[in-house]
Design a protein around this ligand. Sequence first.
Ligand SMILES: Cc1ncc(COP(=O)(O)O)c(C=O)c1O
Length: 389
Amino acid sequence: MDPLTFPYAKQSINENDAEAVRQALFSPYITRGKDVEEFERSVADYCGARYAVAFNSGTTALAASGFAIDVNRHDRLITTPNTFVGTLAVGWHEGAEPIFVDIERETANMDLALLEKMEPFQSTRGRSIYLPVHFGGIPIDLGRLNRMISDPEALIIEDAAHALGSYYPDGTKVGSCYDSAMTCFSFHPAKQITSGEGGMVLTNDETLFNRLKLYRNNGIDRSSPKSETYPWYYEVKAITGNFHMNELQASLGLSQFKRIDSIAAHRRELMKRYFDKLKNEKGIRLVKTQDLEKISFHLALLQIDFEFFKKTREEVMNKLKEKGIGTQVHYIPIYKHPFFAERKTDLSSYFPETETYYKQCLSFPLYTDLKLEEVDLIVEALLGILNNP
Ligand SMILES: Cc1ncc(COP(=O)(O)O)c(C=O)c1O
């Protein structure tokens, strides 16, 4: 298949990245070496968190955060249906039950006003684990979420796969873990920066930090005093798996991370261009956020009233594709996937905002190498298709 001229997302690799990977390739350790440590230190310092642990994917990072808090089948995962299934890796395998909260249309994030009415989740068993997803890069008001939770056993784990480089409304950086137990990032190639595949968990809690490292390394613990006497000695404290990020991935991630602020700034300019070109178009809704300057955008999300334009979404997507423009739907609501739908009755009537949003959402090209003038071409093509009878 020919690559699209403007895919909806793609990585941006420069010569410095290539050189960094080359150096890693010829370094003494091509896994568990200095680049992994430096990548972790850099992201932790940038976000203002004490600790960071790198993993082989964002999904693994989320699963590791569940392991760190010893998630179990009595716990509840309170989250948005408008997310990638990886969010549920925090506790699905351990039997924790997801509770979905409808979204608000302005940002397509979990609706905190609605959640406020639902909280506290009364139960004699288990904990409430809140999993906010900072959708498209726009963070939820985490301070507000933290303040509204009255249950002292409840925990917040952020799925910040979309939001590296963003700030919460109070001006703190996503990843500071000031209002959460842990924040999880993804470095998939569609994200702001990539390590090929990769993820990271940030925390300020030393116990969680040690549990995260245990999870990553087959449950192996070398902290026993016996290891000082017997250099070969270690203890297995849990059966987990090998989830390391290797040096090749870390060298790429670290090299990319060095330009996170300029990447975020350029993506913001691209979004402003989309907003500018589309702000007066009837039938098209743009995401709303109080302060654009605080956002590191992952997705160029539009909500298009296809009925208003007397078009179907698939028709519009296919015509855009013919013109070399890639689009994507973020997301099919989680409860609609057969895996969940077959276990439950149809949940759609509980989520009216998600349902309307799902009918209308479409993500347009947004990547670091995209040029401002190219946004004009994309918008022109879209309006041409929508307005042509
Ligand atoms: C919201 C969200 N959570 C989790 C993930 C999982 O990240 P990864 O693809 O790195 O496993 C993604 C990535 O696509 C995501 O978009």
